[in-house]
Design a protein around this ligand. Structure first.
Ligand SMILES: [Zn+2]
Ligand SMILES: [Zn+2]
Length: 357
């Protein structure tokens, strides 16, 4: 365990000086959401420019990026490569526009590729069915599902779909300017989440894998189910399991252990300020999830509840927009409890129920 962090705080002027000396420039842009309300791209100077993520597709983001590029004495035309940490629209939204201007290659992990492509009508239909089944199976009122899906449909324009894409995988090495980045796949937030580790300078570009103030939601990653079908049923369940088990939080917690094994002074996240004390943050995060699982256990008591029932008690009054996040938080934590043998998951009438073992 490190006793002293190299940097005192995210505001430590040494952080900015250190990054600048390596040709690394954070490019924060505002997001039109309550939380998180901003997203970070990172520009790395070398033989041309490399970008990690881009921000989403709106006028304000574009103007901010233009100003920041100009301030640094660069133009979009100099961008050679864009690496996407994962396929969420606030991270890849404007990559296509920069690619069209510069001819840059855009890289993504194969497991997140489908997220950034233009949805075909068949894919849209399959995805809609998946979400409907997932939400109804989780106990969400059937008559409200369409409304909810329209909300996520409404923010689709925050990203321009990509067509020309290169794949990048775990273990690949990228030499760029003064840095040598090792690509690491950390499944959890999405299956194809990649981070970039700079061992010599002890930096990790963490995307949404590690964030300073919010726990990265273990999203159900439903479109991944379009690529690989649901696993075989277990726990003696009869017939095929109608609900894929994503185990995103279980995978996430494994990925966190892999980060703890790295020597790091600085974590550069997809949202928020640089992280100078990642070990403490990850220990706190572990405790946060344990606490949440404890709450789920006490909500369950001697009852048999759906993910939606639990989510109503755990997060009273969440907005419609946040319901999917609230449900996935419950399902993710319940999967951990199930794996630990503390609760049992049963499917009755095509709906999920949990009870204590
Ligand atoms: Zn994300
Ligand atoms: Zn994000």
């Amino acid at each position: 365990m490190e006793q002293n962090n190299r940097f005192k705080s995210p505001q430590d002027p040494e952080v900015g000086r250190f990054l600048k000396s390596l040709g690394i420039h954070p490019l924060p842009t505002r997001l039109p959401y309550p939380v998180p309300n901003q997203v970070n791209a990172y520009l790395i100077e070398g033989d041309g420019l490399l970008l990690i993520d881009t921000g989403l597709n709106d006028d304000e983001t574009w103007e901010t990026l233009e100003k920041d590029f100009a301030r640094l004495g660069h133009t979009f035309a100099e961008v050679r490569r864009i690496y996407l940490t994962h396929g969420h629209l606030d991270h890849y939204g404007v990559a296509r526009k920069i690619q069209d201007l510069s001819g840059a290659k855009v890289f993504i992990h194969p497991l997140d590729r489908a997220k950034v492509l233009a949805p075909t009508p068949e894919k849209q239909k399959a995805e809609k069915t998946l979400y409907q089944n997932y939400l109804v199976g989780a106990g969400f009122p059937e008559e409200e599902v369409d409304n909810l899906l329209q909300i996520s449909e409404a923010i689709r324009h925050h990203a321009i779909p990509l067509e020309r894409l290169e794949m990048v995988d775990d273990g690949e090495i990228i030499k760029w300017g003064q840095v040598t980045l090792k690509v690491m796949n950390f499944p959890g937030h999405t299956r194809g989440m990649i981070n970039f580790y700079e061992p010599r300078h002890r930096i990790l570009f963490s995307g949404d894998h590690i964030l300073p103030d919010i726990s990265p939601n273990p999203l159900p990653d439903l479109d991944a189910a379009l690529i690989s079908p649901a696993p075989e049923p277990k726990n003696g369940e009869a017939g095929p399991d109608p609900f894929p088990r994503f185990q995103s939080l279980i995978q996430y917690l494994v990925s966190i252990q892999r980060v703890l094994a790295l020597d790091l002074d600085l974590v550069l996240p997809g949202h928020g300020e640089p992280i100078v004390n990642h070990r403490q943050l990850l220990l706190d995060l572990g405790r946060f999830y344990q606490d949440r699982q404890g709450k789920i256990m006490s909500i369950l008591g001697s009852k048999e509840l759906s993910p939606m029932d639990i989510s109503r008690e755990l997060f009273p009054g969440v907005s419609a927009f946040e319901v999917i996040l609230a449900i996935s938080e419950v399902v993710g934590n319940a999967e951990v409890l199930e794996e630990q043998g503390k609760i049992i998951r049963e499917i009755k009438d095509r709906k999920i129920h949990y009870r204590k073992k």
